[in-house]
Design a protein around this ligand. Sequence first.
Ligand SMILES: Nc1nc2c(c(=O)[nH]1)N[C@H]1C(S)=C(S)[C@@H](COP(=O)(O)O)O[C@H]1N2
Ligand SMILES: [Mo]
Length: 431
Amino acid sequence: MPRDSHENKGLYAYFAENPDEAHRQFFEPAPGLSRRGFFAGAGLTAAGGLLGMTIPFYGNMPPGLVPAAFASEDVLVGKDGLTLLNDRPINAETPAHLLDDAITPTARHFIRNNGLPPEDAGAAGWTLAVDGLVENPMELSIADLRARFEVVTMALTIECGGNGRAFFDPPAEGSQWTFGAVGCAEWTGVRLADVLKKAGVKPGAIYTAHYGADTHLSGKAGEPPISRGVPIAKAMTGNVLIAFGMNGGPLHKQNGAPLRLVVPGWPGSCSQKWLTRVRLRDIVHDGPKMTGTSYRVPAYPVAPGDEVPEDDFEIIERMPVKSLVTSPETGAAAGRNVEVRGHAWSGDRAVSAVDLSIDFGRSWMAAELDGPVNPGAWQDWRRRVAFPEAGYYEVWARATDSAGEMQPFAIDWNPKGYLNNTMHRAALRVA
Ligand SMILES: Nc1nc2c(c(=O)[nH]1)N[C@H]1C(S)=C(S)[C@@H](COP(=O)(O)O)O[C@H]1N2
Ligand SMILES: [Mo]
C-alpha cells in the first residue's frame, strides 16, 4: 500500500506528482487477489479497498484521476461547491461565481491548511495567551475576550498569498490556486490592538508571533506547521481582529474554530487559525513559514525561471490590487445585455476604479463601484454591458487603487508563485 506517499501528502498531491505510479498502486489488482474469481479479480484494487467495495470498471479509470468519492463530504463538511485541491493538508478554493455575494457565506469561504486542525477545538476551555514583550502577560478565555473588550463585527477580506499560483510559467511549486483563495466574510471579535494595549506593549517590541493549535503533518508534537507574525504597527490597526464569530455563527472548523486572527489586506497566512497565543518579540518573528522563501518575493523584478539568492527575498506585506468577475459565470451563455459584477480589493488601500473591456483590452468602460463597508472589506462593482452581436467574448476586469496602482495583464513572475493579481477574464458565449 502506498501508505507513506499518499498519507503524508494527501491523495491529490500524490496523484498530481506521480500520476502513473499512483494509478498503478491504486487501480491495479493487488497480487494474489486477481485469480480469486471474477468479482475479486475485477475490482479488488487498493482504491476499492479504501472505498470498501469493488470498482467494476477499474480498468477504464484514466491515469491521474482520483476517485471523486475521495473528494467527499467528510473533508468538506459544511462547505458548498468548493474545489478540493488537496486533502492533506486540506486546500480548497471557491469557484469565482460562488463568490458573488457581498459577504462570503461560511460554506463558501476557502480553506488553506498547512497542517492538521486540532481534534478538540471546543470554545469552552479555549484560552489565548498574550505574552512576550508585554507589561502584563494575560491568559484569556473567549468569555474574557467578550467581557473585557469591545466586540465588533467587520467584513474583512482574506486572500492567500499564493492565490493565482496556477498560472505561473514556469510553474511554481505549492497549491495550484486559480482565483478562489479569497473571501470576505463578516467576522465578529475583538480588536487585537485593544488586547495588546491592555497587555501593555513594551518599548522594544517590534513584531507579533502567532501560534495555533493545529499540528504538523509529520505528527510531531511541538512542531507547529505555521507560525507567522506582523510588525506591531500593523497589529495595532483597528481592523485586525481576534475573531470568535463568522457570519453571525461560530467559525467553521476548517476556518479556525473557535478562535482566529483576521489580518485583512495581508497574506492570509498572517491570519492564524485555532489561535492559542500572541507573543510580542524584539526581532522579526522567525517561526515556520516566516523565513527562507516562504511568503516572500525577490526584492527586485526577476525574469521567469530566474534563480534568486535567498537573501534577496523580502517578506510580503500588503496584498496588491485585484478584482474578480463573479457574475456571469465564466463559460456561461449570456444574452446581448447583461449585468456584469464582482468585487475588488487592495491590501490596506481602497479601490478607486474598476474598468471593464469586452474587446480584449482595446477599450475600457467604467463600472459602478461601491465603497468598502468598512476598511478591509472588498468593494462590489457592477455594470450593464451591451454586446454588439452574438459570439464569443471575454469580460476583462481591471481595478485601480487609491495609490494609482492598476492590475497588470501579465504575471510579475516570482519563484514561489505569490501575488498574482493579473486581470480576471470571464468567457461569455453571447447568443
Ligand atoms: N493555525 C493555522 N493558521 C493558518 C493556517 C494554518 O495552516 N494553520 N493557514 C494560513 C493560510 S496560508 C491562509 S491563506 C489562511 C486561510 O484561512 P482560511 O482557511 O480560513 O480561508 O489561514 C492562515 N492561518
Ligand atoms: Mo495562504
